[in-house]
Structures are given as C-alpha cells and as structure tokens.
Design a protein around this ligand. Structure first.
Ligand code: F1P
Length: 554
C-alpha cells in the first residue's frame, strides 16, 4: 500500500494555513469558541434546551457516544442530561450498518422534529464527514427553516465546495444546496460550519479513521469547554487549542516506537486469524468497550467482512451501553453484547485462529480467570498500572495517560474529570489500526482503495462506480453498467434493469457479496460476469486476483 505522510493519523494535527486549514487553523479555533459559547448557555440552564448530535454510520455512533459521555457528566453533578443523539436506522445502526436510511432526508427531519417537540432552544450538530449524508441534509434544512429555535452546526471534513452535489432521491435539493443556504445563516451569525481539512484517509473513503477521530476530538473539545465554563470550573477562558494539544500528544504516543511495535504485532495476529477464517473479539469495560464495538461495526461496510469477523462485547451489556431503545437482543445473535453473552455464545468455541483483545481502563478484566483460561490468542490494552499476568497474553499494551502523556498547559483539574475520554481516543487509534491493518493483510484492499465495499447506499453506489472506472479505464457510464451487470448477475441488462432507481439497485446489491470486485474484473477484462466470478472463486484474495488481472492486460 502506498503510504504518504499526509495519510498518517498524526497529519490531522498539522498546522495548515490558508483556506481549508487543519484543526489548529485560527478560523477553526474561532468557530470552536463560538459553538462552545452557545453550548455553555444551554448547559447553564440544562432544563431550558437541548443539544442534539446526529449522523449516519460512524458519525451517528460517535453522536451516541458523545451524548452518553456528557449526559453522564451532567447527571454526576445532579443535573438533567440534555444531550440527545440521532442515528439513521435508529439504535440497530449502532451495531450493524443500516445504510439505506442514510439516503432519506425526510426521515432525518421527522426524527429531529420528534425529539425536539416543544423545545425553545436547540443546538443541533449534524455530522457528515464527507458533507454528503441526505439524512443530515434533511435535518439541517429543517433547522434553517426554524432558526428561532435551532442553532445548526454542520460538522464534516470536506471544503464546502466539495459538498455532495448529486441528486437526492425524492427530494428537491442536493447537500450542496443546503450548504449554500447554511452559509447565508453563518454570515448572519445564526449557524456554524466546522469543516477543517484533516487530509486524505489511509484507505480512501474510510472516514471512520481520521475523520471519525477528528469528530470525536472536536465534539469533546467543544463540550469539555462548555461543561467546565457552565460549572465555573475554571477561571480562565476556555482555550480549545490547549485541549487539542492533549489529543495530539496521545496520537504521538500511540505511534511512538515502543507502542507501534506492539500494535504491529497485534495487527499481524489479527490478520492471521482473519486469514484462517477466525475472528477478532474485543471485550471491554464501559466506554472503552464501546469504542471496540464501534470499530467492529464498521468492518462489514468497509471490507465486506461478515458480522462474525470482528465483534465487540461490553461488561454489563445494554445496561451499561445506555442506548435509547434499550435491550436489542431479540434482533439476533449479533445484538448479544454482554460479557455473559460472550462467555456462553463464543468462549466455548474459541481456538487458535481467534484473537481476544481486552480493552480495559482498570486492568481487572485482564486478571479475570475466565479470560486467562480462554484457548485462543489474547492481548490486552490497559490504562492503569495494574498487575497484568504478562505470560498469559501474546501482546500487552499498557498506557498511562497521566505519566505517558504531557497534559501540559491544560488545567489539570479539568482533565481529571474526563480521563476516560482520552483513554477512548487512545483505544480508537489502536482498534482502527488493528482492523484496518488486518483487513489490508487479508487482501481486502487494492492500493489505497477499499475494493470490496458493500454497495449499500447512494454514496457507496457512486463510490463503487468510481472505483471500477479508476481501474478499468472505462467511461463512467460503462463502469456503472458493469456494476449493474454484477448486481443483477447478467451480461445483458434489460430495459427493466435500466429503468430502476439507484435505491432499487442498492436494495438488490446490499446483501450480495463481492459485487464490486466482480464488476471490476469484468470491466478490466471486458469479459462476462460469470468469467469474473470464476476468477474470484479460483483466487479468493481480492488484492491478488485484481493485481494478477491488471498485470495480464498490461
Ligand atoms: C457516513 C457513513 C460512514 C460509513 C460509510 C457510509 O458517512 O455511514 O460512516 O463508513 O462510508 O457512510 P458521513 O456521512 O459521515 O460522510
């Protein structure tokens, strides 16, 4: 894989100047301060309004996590938790990707209306890394029509001129149209756009990585600031830059020589397990466990992984998880999330081809006898100086946020109350590295492209067309025809295939396997779909079959 410095996670902290600068850009810092002021005014009287985070996929899951963190914080000081989250596809989407609802702006608007009924003041933060999700577009549009109640914020990581301009089905605007309207409200001081450039993702389009991390970092910077100001915890004015410095220090620590050696070891173990059709399991405590679960949930849409390839479990199950709809176990085995479920459903079947990674702030999970007796590969990531029986684990990563990381100029007392958040960030970087690295080693990526993605929403449909075009040198229209041929498993597209909507194509494509690789091979070789499928059966490692095919037509 081509590695460019700007793709490294650390690159998101680069001090870029000029238009479209990074997270330290003065205009970004100013916007952070302004949003913090609005949030502070709501938190000072938490019964007076709401703060709503909303998004799709990873962005929605981070919306959930952030609302959970700050509600807990408010409740710990006897206040009412005024943070709410919305995610396209509702709570089911916290665990498995439900990407079709992402394309529905009306559904987005209605869900927002429902939770904001009778509110007088709402700070709405719509998160969409690519400035693209119709679900969020519908919500921002609704806020713009009701600026007396809503202060809308668009959080994403593209310059505004790159906002998606594709037609949204059954709607009369594009995301880009909504951004233009938002810009007018921004100039009137009634809305905000927070869209620093964090550079390209290591795997093109895998916004769960840098953009996901930046989402978490920026939201936490705003709300740690708002919380501390509303509680009068600090006399000096909140300085977002100091808070961003903490994450920069954590990122440098994760990628320091000693930690990266251990993480590479973990990636190799993970890859070996996936290659042997084994699994990676995260077992975690509290929010650190949730980070593992989120990481796992992103593997199917990004790498066409099965729901069993990477899974996460959390001590206390749904009670600890704290989602709106509560226990979702009835939806099937992939919604069994507690350690007890892991012990009964998974532990008895573990073997040499599986890897269990303990994620723990305390280390007490790593000491649990049930973990130590598991007959599989085991690793632990812990954040306290605890007594980990090293000999029982293949990899031990022990990070001490206080000692390892210079918390520098940030008020120590402020940071003390949010230590878990920094551990979560550390964990996210480790988990993302493990699952990305393991899938790359499994051959799920060609160069920097996620060539085996699921064609499960409008954005991913057109991304797939782009990937086929890039490697086949066919025209865009012809590349789309190859995609359709692969979806409908035919070499002769009929009138009825061609007259269907993109949403119809997505419905058919979502449950299918290897749709994009099959279309790519057929487009490169100009061969029937059945011939492409035969090649994929003969050589199931996607990267290998693509590079062999490309070499054969050189
Ligand atoms: C939302 C999202 C991603 C997911 C996939 C489909 O993207 O669900 O989280 O990985 O790419 O879209 P965005 O709206 O945050 O750009």
């Amino acid at each position: 894989m081509k590695y460019m410095k700007e793709r490294y996670p650390q690159a998101m902290f680069l001090r870029q100047d000029g238009e479209g600068g990074g997270i330290y850009h003065p205009s970004v810092l100013r916007t952070l301060e302004q949003i913090t002021e609005v949030a502070t005014s709501i938190l000072k009287d938490a019964d007076s309004g709401l703060i709503v985070f909303s998004g799709c996929g990873t962005s929605g899951r981070l919306a959930f996590m952030t609302a959970r963190t700050f509600n807990k914080k408010l409740e710990s000081v006897g206040k009412h938790g005024c943070f709410k989250y919305l995610i396209a596809g509702k709570d089911k989407a916290l665990f498995t990707s439900q990407e079709a609802p992402e394309d529905d702006p009306i559904c987005g608007k209605e869900m927002l209306q429902e939770i904001c009924m009778n509110q007088r003041k709402v700070l709405f933060i719509g998160i969409t890394c690519g400035l693209s999700a119709p679900y969020v577009a519908g919500q921002l549009d609704y806020c713009l029509k009701n600026l007396d109640v809503f202060t809308p914020v668009l959080l994403g990581f593209n310059p505004t001129n790159m906002a998606r301009n594709n037609k949204i089905e059954k709607w009369n605007k594009t995301f880009s149209d909504v951004v233009s309207e938002l810009q007018k409200a921004v100039s009137d001081g009634k809305a905000f756009i927070l869209n620093p450039v964090v550079g390209p993702e290591p795997i093109t389009g895998s916004s769960r990585m840098k953009s996901g991390s930046a989402t978490k970092i920026l939201l936490e910077t705003i709300f740690v600031g708002a919380y501390t100001s509303s509680q009068n915890l600090t006399k000096s004015k909140w300085n977002p830059q100091n808070h961003l410095d903490i994450y920069r220090a954590i990122c440098e620590r994760v990628y320091s020589v000693d930690f990266s050696k251990k993480i590479s070891h973990l990636i190799k173990l993970g890859a070996e397990c996936l290659q042997k059709n084994g699994s990676i399991y995260y077992l975690g405590l509290d929010s650190i466990g949730i980070v593992g679960m989120i990481d796992a949930s992103e593997c199917p849409p990004t790498y066409s992984a099965t729901l069993d390839d990477v899974r996460g479990f959390i001590e206390g199950g749904y009670t600890c998880f704290g989602n709106k709809e509560g226990d979702l176990k009835h939806l099937g085995k992939h919604f069994h999330i507690s350690l007890e479920d892991f012990k009964t459903d998974i532990a008895p079947h573990l073997g040499e081809k599986d890897l269990v990674i303990i994620l723990s702030t305390e280390g007490n999970l790593s000491q649990a006898s049930f973990v130590q007796s598991l007959s599989c590969h085991k690793a632990v990531l812990a954040f306290k100086d605890c007594d980990i029986p090293q000999e029982k684990f293949d990899v031990v990563i022990r990070a001490q946020i206080d000692n390892d990381i210079n918390l520098g100029s940030v008020v120590k007392d402020v940071v003390d109350g949010f230590r878990n958040m920094y551990c979560e960030m550390f964990t996210k970087w480790v988990c993302n590295a493990v699952t990305t690295g393991a899938h790359v080693m499994k051959g799920k990526v060609y160069q920097n492209s996620m060539v085996d993605l699921k064609v499960s929403n409008n954005k991913l449909y057109y991304r797939s067309v782009g990937i086929i075009q890039k490697f086949s040198n066919e025209s865009r229209d012809e590349s789309e025809r190859y995609l359709l041929k692969s979806i409908y498993n035919t070499d002769n597209l009929s009138e009825s295939h061609c007259s269907k909507t993109v949403a119809d194509h997505i419905d058919v494509a979502t449950p299918l396997e290897r749709v994009v690789p099959r279309a790519m091979l057929a487009a490169i070789l100009k061969c029937p779909i059945s011939e492409a499928e035969k090649r994929l059966i003969q050589e199931p490692v996607i990267r290998t079959v693509i590079s062999q095919t490309l070499n054969s037509v050189k």
